[in-house]
Design a protein around this ligand. Sequence first.
Ligand code: C2E
Ligand code: SIN
Ligand code: SIN
Ligand code: FE
Length: 386
Amino acid sequence: MTRAEELENRLKLLVNFGGVVSKETNLGKLLELIAEQVKAILGCDRCSVFILDRQTNELWAKVALGMQRTEIRVPYGKGIVGHVATSGQTLNIQDAYQDNRFTHEIDRLTGYRTRSILAVPLKNVGGHIIGVFEAMNKGGMPFNVDDEGILQLISSLAASGIENAQLYESLSKSQLETIYRLAVTAEYRDQQDTAVHLRHISEYSALIAQGLGLPEREAENLRYASPLHDIGKVGIADAILLKPGKLTPEEFEEMKKHTVYGAKILSNAESNLLQIACKVAGSHHEKFDGTGYPAGLKAEQIPIYARIVSVADVFDALCAQRVYKPKWDPEKAREYIMEEKGKAFDPAVVEAFDRVFVDILKMHAMSDGKTTIIPGITKELHRHSY
Ligand code: C2E
Ligand code: SIN
Ligand code: SIN
Ligand code: FE
């Protein structure tokens, strides 16, 4: 390839890069995507994107360790990356092992043999350094001046995408926390184990959504929105909500209003997440065959989010003790869900429930005892909100 051809080729990849990067809002996935693209554009073996953590003054990156990815952290100022982050200068190093700024720790950890390194600072629009790009081992050759220019260009394109994703992540975490707080407030009156119940609904709903093959984004939305399904219970009088026994028909009519109250509380929200929560709150007691409440909606008239949460909610309600009923064995609860396929529940949702049932059972078993271990983001929340 001539230099002109190579540049043209790279330009095409770069144009594509902008489009790809601007669409991904999940930070972890975005960083992986960027690393992949950089490897393709520069023809190098490895690319790490280090992000500056201002709270700990470290630069962190995810690196491949066998089939897994692990997070590594380098103190600000240490290593090649630290040098680039503090100086703001690009470093083009032919042989890392000849450079005394290079720390061998990551190679030692990963078993990788770094030879050449091209490291450029990652700057946001304001010119502040938010991290460092490191490209490594370009097929035998050192990185050249063209590579430097390209990586600097990529870095400026990537920076805004990374900042967006960071913002989005902090937003959805704080949204999630707010939601859990709201939901716990609404429900603590009628269940001692509100927090556990809400986490169950959250996890079960996300699992079923995944089992249905919904996009990961939708499953995440449901994970966050589903805990609000019964928020309308704040509007129900204690005498009804806490009644230790069967409700009279009049009392149950009153009870049914928790759906309408919930939808009203969550209506007119700006956030996509709260709009989904509104649909779930309003329609989680609708039944697939049209015999549910409050509106008697049928089949696809019921939002898919509500059809999913309905299964998660009933399964968890059955498996839990209530003031009006003892708890059921999970297997019996599962049979009940299967029996209601096409009646109360969407057949496709019931099938998805069945597909992920082992995972649901694991989740159920985990919090049936005294301690609750929930992986991922809910653990974070758990720490903050309860
Ligand atoms: P919940 O306790 O969270 O129950 C949610 C849903 O799970 C119920 O919606 C129902 O579909 C299902 N479910 C719960 N327990 C049983 C059960 O023993 N058998 C069967 N077949 N299904 C069950 P539903 O019926 O629309 O009730 C909505 C809410 O109304 C309940 O939420 C609960 O807060 C309240 N509620 C319903 N029935 C009674 C009752 O007899 N006494 C009292 N105190 N509250 C009740
Ligand atoms: C670096 O020094 O920039 C990275 C550290 C390493 O690869 O060991
Ligand atoms: C999310 O956490 O999924 C984003 C929140 C939103 O879309 O409003
Ligand atoms: Fe409900």
